[in-house]
Design a protein around this ligand. Structure first.
Ligand code: AMP
Ligand code: MG
Length: 342
């Protein structure tokens, strides 16, 4: 992907340079998982932070990409319908388990068996036609959750029908970042953040004790940068929206988040939903799930959970915050306004 086509969805503002002796700032960005990874990490100058982060993120991508022919997920999808069991690594087991958990609690709104519909729409390919209704119906059937058999004890996955498969695009970036942060913490790193695409994980605040200040991307006019800010010591913030990967045909926006029931990219949905949670794997899965559910169901779903908050942004530029975010998200772009009366 060309760098100039990428929108960094969450920026970190007002970075402090204050640091302790022997603690240096590692600050870099690179391309992985079809987007930009940016990080600022304060650690002992001898620690190879760059390698830890790159290995965690690129390593996750290599296991979980549906397009890399050497990945485990590619292999599972290739062998769909053959009856072959595909034995998977511990990392892939972990992500399959956490994905199946999110699939279940979201009532299958978030579903990793969405693969046939993702392939059919091929949103990032400008030449891909809008699929016919019969093709969509075929792909809906292939995307049913029962197509995936996961045997936890034996550690294998089997996809029942030819053409079915797994797509971890809604959760893998969050998982990769959690993994990188875990490795940094194992190495006694105390302060930093890693952002990838529309998500970020911060930890330990800044070295001077101040929180990280996040800029939350304007989802209706992304080129205007951030429309709101949020201060965070430690936690994950992940956004899903219809502005991230999309094409417009006949005045209709077709984007990358698919409603598994209609088989279409969610139509007339939110501009974006941003999830605030402890870990980015969960925040990533929740953001996709809630975007699919839409405002009313999504709000009910989030309100049932402790320690998870959500910000809903509508195309009319109104914003709804769950209770834990009130007075914490600061809207700085006057085009946007809070509407508590939805
Ligand atoms: P995100 O940006 O985290 O919301 O993830 C969007 C990506 O998740 C898409 O590009 C697809 O790879 C995948 N995806 C699309 N629709 C769904 C869905 N209903 N459930 C799970 N993953 C999905
Ligand atoms: Mg997601």
């Amino acid at each position: 992907m060309k760098k100039n086509t990428i929108i960094v969805l969450i920026t970190v503002l007002l970075i402090s340079t204050a640091c302790q002796q022997n603690v240096v700032l590692h600050n870099k960005d690179f391309l992985a998982m079809s987007t930009v990874v940016t990080y600022q990490v304060y650690s002992d100058e001898n620690l190879d932070v760059d390698t830890i982060i790159e290995e965690s993120i690129i390593g996750t991508e290599k296991l979980m990409s549906r397009t890399d022919q050497s990945s485990e997920i590619y292999n599972i999808n290739k062998l769909a319908g053959t009856g072959e069991k595909v034995y998977i690594s511990d990392d892939v087991k972990k992500i399959i388990e956490v994905s199946l958990y999110h699939q279940k609690i979201s009532g299958n709104a978030f579903r990793i068996t969405i693969y046939p519909l993702v392939i059919l729409w091929d949103i990032m390919n400008p030449d891909a036609p809008i699929p016919t209704q019969s093709k969509i119906e075929e792909a809906i059937t292939l995307s049913r959750v029962s197509n995936l058999e996961y045997n936890e004890n034996e550690g294998y996955v089997k996809m029942q029908d030819k053409g079915s498969g797994i797509d971890l695009g809604g959760i893998a970036k969050g998982y990769a970042v959690d993994k990188a942060v875990e490795k940094l913490k194992e190495n006694d790193v105390k302060h930093g953040f890693i952002s990838i695409g529309g998500g970020i994980q911060t930890f330990g605040g800044k070295p001077d004790g101040a929180p990280w200040v996040l800029g939350l991307q304007n989802p209706t006019t992304p080129q205007r940068g951030h429309f709101a800010t949020y201060k965070l010591m430690e936690g994950a913030v992940v956004t899903s929206g219809d502005y991230q990967r999309r094409k417009i045909e006949g005045g209709v926006v077709y984007h990358h988040i698919i409603d598994p029931l209609s088989g279409y990219p969610v139509q007339e949905g939110l501009a974006s939903v941003t999830i605030f949670a402890d870990h980015s794997t969960d925040a990533d899965a929740y953001s996709t799930a809630v975007y699919v559910m839409g405002f009313e169901k999504g709000l009910e779903f989030i309100n049932e959970k402790t320690d998870v908050e959500a910000m809903f942004v509508f195309h009319d530029k109104s914003v709804y915050l769950t209770a834990g975010l009130k007075d914490k998200v600061e809207i700085v772009d006057t085009e946007f306004y809070l509407n508590e009366n939805r």
